[in-house]
Write a protein that binds this ligand. Structure first.
Ligand code: ACO
Length: 322
């Protein structure tokens, strides 16, 4: 059992929808500007009493059902989030209890928009090492809680959601390779500059919000995602033409287009859902993946490249024989 295979997917978006037209009434922006610069039409926002764990639970139940697995089968939970329900326990532990899973390791991974890619890397290594046989891997966010809804530079970009996959040990691939990177020197370009240890009140009033130097993040994202594509192909001795599907982080259609161009891929083979939910951070890749799987676009045996870039900076990829 040298590999982990994806055997089920699930996703969830909260009911409440915030359209570009709604945002026109909140900040100085237009539907046209948002669509042209980002490709986003709407985003989903968690209800007041709805938390990251609620979203994660919906997505996880769907993934477990698709995989045909019961709670007793799951022996590892890795949950990627930047917006946990509580300081502790981890959202993974809260989810574990909701799903009636007991005793398995359960922990959160924090790598912002690259979180799901990191979580997949961790779970894949657990399975390859023989430390787990059936892992639930989740990306879930309520990013709306850390958005300044008066800041047009950021509030048009983000939304809430969750996605999940079940991984199982297998003799056949499976996940072919995972590639994880970070460079903390870029923290100031994309951050929430406040937190528990700094003391929320001490730094600045109302500082627990996303701050971003959008233009610089954009350029770094395009260049870095190009490099991670090269690194992934080279490691596996593959050509660009060997990739059947690109499943990119859903942040901005222009970043997605640039990565597809780099791969020489027609947009027919790129999964794009950013128009429906904006940037859902760690939830974005598994959300897009689940949509394409359920629509029957992605088929068993195809080669998939998942990639993401986010705060940290963090970036990474997962190459999958589906
Ligand atoms: N509505 C209308 N005008 C706006 C808005 C808005 N919501 N936001 C900014 N503008 C204005 C700016 O003030 C600026 O005006 P000026 O020319 O008078 O100064 C003008 O639009 C152009 O601003 P730019 O920042 O140059 O616009 P750009 O084309 O770079 O698009 C954007 C901005 C969409 C934020 C882009 O830089 C981007 O997507 N960056 C990546 C950000 C991202 O995705 N971050 C998420 C985490 S990292 C990741 O997931 C990849």
């Amino acid at each position: 059992m040298n590999y982990s295979r994806i055997i089920g997917t699930g996703s969830y978006l909260p009911d409440k929808v915030l359209t570009n037209q709604d945002l026109e009434k909140m900040v100085d922006t237009t539907d046209q500007w948002i669509r042209e610069r980002t490709g986003i039409n709407k985003r989903h926002i968690a209800a007041e009493n709805e938390t990251t764990c609620d979203l994660a639970e919906h997505a996880s139940r769907k993934a477990m059902e698709a995989a045909g697995k019961s709670p007793a089968d799951i022996d590892l939970i890795v949950l990627a989030t930047t917006t946990p329900d509580q300081v502790f326990p981890s959202t993974a532990c809260l989810l574990q209890s909701r799903l009636d899973i007991h005793g398995s390791p359960a922990f959160d991974v924090q790598a912002v928009c690259t979180g799901f890619i990191y979580a997949m890397g961790v779970a894949d290594n657990f399975i390859r090492a023989g430390s787990a046989k059936c892992a639930l891997v989740v990306g879930a966010e309520t990013f709306s809680r850390i958005i300044n809804w008066k800041d047009r530079d950021t509030c048009v970009l983000f939304g809430d959601g969750a996605g999940a996959v079940v991984l199982e040990a297998s003799d056949e691939p499976g996940i072919l390779s995972t590639h994880l990177h970070a460079d903390g020197d870029y923290a100031s370009l994309l951050q929430v500059p406040d937190g528990v240890s700094r003391g929320y009140e001490k730094v600045r009033d109302n500082a627990a919000f996303v701050e971003m130097r959008g233009n610089e993040v954009f350029k770094m994202a395009v260049n870095t995602l190009g490099r991670i594509v090269d690194e992934t192909l080279e490691k596996n001795g593959l050509e660009k033409a060997d990739i059947d599907w690109l499943i990119p982080h859903q942040a901005n259609i222009r970043i997605i287009n640039a990565t597809a161009r780099k791969l020489g891929m027609s947009m027919d083979h790129v999964v794009v859902t950013v128009h429906d939910h904006g940037n859902t951070s760690a939830a974005s890749v598994p959300l897009a993946f689940d949509v394409a799987v359920r629509e029957g676009r992605i088929k068993r045996g195809e080669t998939l490249l998942m990639e993401a870039f986010g705060g940290g900076f963090t970036w990474g990829s997962v190459l999958v024989k589906y």
